[in-house]
Design a protein around this ligand. Structure first.
Ligand SMILES: NC(=O)c1ccc[n+]([C@@H]2O[C@H](COP(=O)([O-])OP(=O)(O)OC[C@H]3O[C@@H](n4cnc5c(N)ncnc54)[C@H](OP(=O)(O)O)[C@@H]3O)[C@@H](O)[C@H]2O)c1
Length: 305
């Protein structure tokens, strides 16, 4: 069964499918990312999320070009995101960084280019304190050159978003940050929606993913019997309930899976709707705990958390 996800209209005028495939994995096996991208496109995904720092852009590109060659999908139907790494924040470094990503992806443009973090470092990971406003000018330039259709940011806070909005010629169309039933982020999500910035949830399954050992015992999404009953009532999995909860809040989700059946399940979210009472139940699992606290960046000047 091929599933078509609805799209979110961005301030840039382009549309972004509300479900995308996340592709980050610390220990991916050779070919695993390409295979996941191919399974995803076959299942109906039209939105793929990668980043320069994931070191998998070549595989993402291979998966995409294989499916285009096979006639399964056209480039125009796809929405591909990649991200600028922290050591390329000087205005003059943005264009070559994107050109390198495009070459690896075998694409002539990306649909969305994001500043991955507001912090900037050199090759020795030392703070270079480059103002992300300077970086934003480089981002605007790649839109003008036709190399990115939309631009946005990731892992920013409200004050940083406000600063960008106050000077931007091209406003950020997207903010990608961690949102899940255990990190509900109502304040930042509302701010984004009010500012016409589409929120995208990374790590949308939160503690279901066992991302951090210190969360053992707090993984309610995985273990709580009430959520199990709720999922059973809708004939869906716990993961599908978590993703549907985010979508019903107007949030785009980019769950990562390299397992064919889960890739399919994570897109199969459009034949049920949670009642408001059940949305409130899922919302009640909030622990305000980040799976991605990024502690190694915590001392850098522009760190947002
Ligand atoms: N902007 C940023 O700074 C940032 C940070 C983190 C992540 N991201 C992006 O967001 C994507 C998603 O985040 P994430 O990978 O951290 O976490 P996630 O998507 O919430 O969780 C991924 C984990 O959940 C498992 N999983 C997937 N679907 C499942 C299902 N239906 N049932 C049970 N388990 C399931 C996966 O295992 P299997 O693969 O074995 O199925 C994997 O271990 C990343 O891949 C990346 O593209 C961006």
């Amino acid at each position: 069964m091929v599933v078509k996800a609805p799209a979110v209209k961005l301030s840039s005028g382009y549309e972004m499918p509300i479900v995308g495939l996340g592709t980050y994995a610390r220990n991916a096996e050779p070919g695993q990312v390409r295979q996941a991208v191919e399974w995803a496109i076959e299942a109906g995904y039209r939105h793929i999320d990668t980043a320069a720092i994931y070191h998998n852009e070549e595989q993402v590109g291979e998966g995409i070009s294989n499916k285009i060659k096979q006639g399964v999908v056209t480039r125009e139907e796809l929405f591909v995101t990649t991200k600028l790494w922290n050591d390329k924040h000087a205005e003059a470094d943005v264009l070559p960084a994107l050109q390198e990503s495009l070459s690896k992806l075998k694409l002539t443009y990306v649909d969305l280019y994001l500043i991955h973090w507001p912090v900037s470092v050199n090759e020795k990971s030392e703070d270079t304190e480059i103002d992300y406003i300077e970086t934003w000018r480089g981002m605007e330039n790649v839109v003008k050159l036709g190399l990115a259709r939309s631009i946005g940011v990731s892992n920013f806070n409200k004050e940083q978003l406000t600063r960008i909005l106050s000077v931007a010629q091209i406003k950020p169309a997207v903010h990608q940050f961690e949102i899940s039933p255990t990190l509900t982020q109502h304040d930042l999500v509302n701010f984004c929606i009010q500012s016409s910035i589409a929120p995208v949830a990374y790590t949308p399954l939160g503690l279901l993913s066992d991302a951090r050992p210190e969360f053992t015992g707090k993984d309610v999404i995985k273990t709580d019997p009430k959520l199990g009953e709720l999922a059973q009532r809708y004939g869906k999995s716990r993961a599908q309930v978590a993703l549907r909860y985010l979508i019903q809040r107007g949030i785009t989700v980019i769950p990562k899976s390299f397992t064919k059946s889960r890739i399919e399940d994570n897109l199969n979210l459009f034949d049920f709707k949670l009642s408001q009472e059940d949305v409130d139940i899922v919302d009640g699992y909030n622990l305000n705990l980040r799976c991605v606290p990024a502690l190694t960046m915590a001392k850098l000047k522009n760190f947002a958390f």
